[in-house]
Design a protein around this ligand. Structure first.
Ligand SMILES: *Cc1c(COP(=O)(O)O)cnc(C)c1O
Ligand SMILES: [Zn+2]
Length: 417
């Protein structure tokens, strides 16, 4: 494999003295060029925005060390897996991030369905894992301001983590961003800059202003390190299952970062011989936001699908062109899994079924994974499925009420007579 030493990326040098020998290389998923560990800050300098990279560790050496490091660690949160994270100083934020429970969903079929409840993170979504890592990396590199473009959970997570560190947080939000999520972001003390247009406009503005001002940019699809925080959820699932891999893992898909990260987590455990096989990764999309389903079905590669305006009430997975589509497609193909779509009606039914049946209250974007598991027969198949619940139902109460799934009148917020 060709190895190119990056001296400078298009945003300047990575300001770090952390040269971590555990990390072997950064490999661009688009052009497959390899770079020196931590020599680039965000994405491949050649491919730019279409070139997010993998952080590659020395798995041969790390296998035994990894298991030993867990024996010595008495806490169950994402920093438990520090040896496989791109930080030298873990910067233990005082908020408990990751280490979420894995419950069995009781039902009458013969399938085993396990619920990984990541709604229990500090700001209420799995995005906290990535934002905690972003903040650790920013602090280690001496940044005082962190930025992101986001319509909701990623921004709330970043604002939350910044609040623990006296870091300034600047969020670029599209003017259509859900109001409730905006309130949470503001409550954590972040500066919100409204950008007219959608996520793309907010993303570009964030990119430009961060470059100009020297802010650390956490935006998904730009900051390749975010997968590293998110993959810890796969480590936890396997550890909670006694180092067995489930048969299937159901993951909701918007930009595709989570599904790609979940795959990478399992893959790393497999490469270190901690598990003896890979689970099939099932990516679940909303019917009205199904770019990945379409390119996977048509076998046309990640870049050539038709971009169709997204239409779903599940705002966290409402994306016309997924930013992490290379990683997402790889997750499904390499694990022998599949993409499936669920309707908004199935999603809201999923919210209620999951809540009634287990006490876990998911936001619509997260409940899509549960709806997908139902649809694919997880209750009746003789296998173990894990459903990843990525965010809390408290994040989007009005969406649920408006869906009509509860018999509450959206106008008055009272029970319908
Ligand atoms: C962000 C998010 C998703 C989708 O993750 P992607 O990485 O964009 O695919 C799903 N559910 C919740 C609750 C989220 O916040
Ligand atoms: Zn590249």
């Amino acid at each position: 494999m060709q190895t190119i030493l990056a001296r400078k990326n298009f945003n300047g040098n990575l300001q770090t003295g952390n040269n971590i020998s555990r990390v072997m290389a950064l490999r661009c998923l688009n052009c497959l060029r390899e770079y020196e560990p931590l020599s680039i800050s965000y994405c491949c300098p050649v491919c730019e925005l279409s070139g997010s990279f993998d952080v590659i560790y020395n798995y041969d050496v790390l296998g035994a060390t990894f298991m030993n490091s867990l024996k010595e660690c008495d806490r169950f949160d994402m920093w438990r897996y520090q040896i496989l994270l791109p930080v030298q100083r873990p910067l233990r934020l005082n908020l408990h991030t990751g280490g979420s429970p894995l419950y069995e969903f009781e039902h009458s079929g013969c399938g085993q369905v396990l619920i990984k409840d990541d709604s229990r993170n500090p700001s209420g979504s799995l995005k906290d894992r990535a934002s905690a890592l972003a903040v650790a990396m920013a602090v280690n590199q001496g940044f005082s301001t962190v930025s992101a473009a986001s319509t909701g959970n990623a921004a709330a997570a970043l604002a939350c983590m910044c609040a623990t560190q006296n870091l300034e947080c600047i969020i670029f939000a599209p003017s259509k961003a859900p109001r409730e999520k905006l309130a949470q972001i503001k409550a954590y003390g972040a500066t919100v800059i409204e950008v007219s247009g959608g996520y793309d406009e907010a993303f570009d503005e964030c990119h430009r202003r961060s470059n100009e001002n020297g802010w650390y940019n956490r935006s998904t699809g730009f900051n390749s390190y975010m997968s590293e925080g998110k993959k810890t959820v796969a480590f936890e699932i396997c550890e909670q299952m006694g180092w067995r891999a489930p048969d299937k893992v159901f993951v909701p898909v918007g930009n595709g970062c989570i599904v790609g990260s979940v795959y990478k987590g399992f893959q790393e455990l497999f490469l270190m011989n901690c598990i003896d096989r890979m689970p099939k990764i099932i990516g679940v999309q909303a019917q009205g936001s199904d770019y990945m389903c379409r390119v996977w079905e048509a076998e046309i590669g990640p870049h050539t699908g038709k971009i169709i305006e997204s239409k779903t009430g599940a705002s966290s997975i409402s994306v016309a062109l997924p930013r992490d589509r290379i990683k997402a497609l790889r997750a499904i193909k390499d694990s022998g899994g599949q993409f499936i779509r669920v309707s908004d009606a199935e999603i809201y039914e999923g919210v209620v079924h999951l809540a009634c049946g287990s006490g876990v209250f998911a936001e619509p974007g997260a409940a899509a994974a549960f709806a997908g598991a139902k649809k694919l027969g997880a209750f009746s198949a003789e296998e173990t499925s894990v459903v990843l619940i990525t965010g809390s139902g408290l994040k989007d109460i009005s969406g649920l009420v408006n869906s009509g799934a509860l018999g509450i009148d959206p106008g008055s917020f009272r029970l319908k007579p």
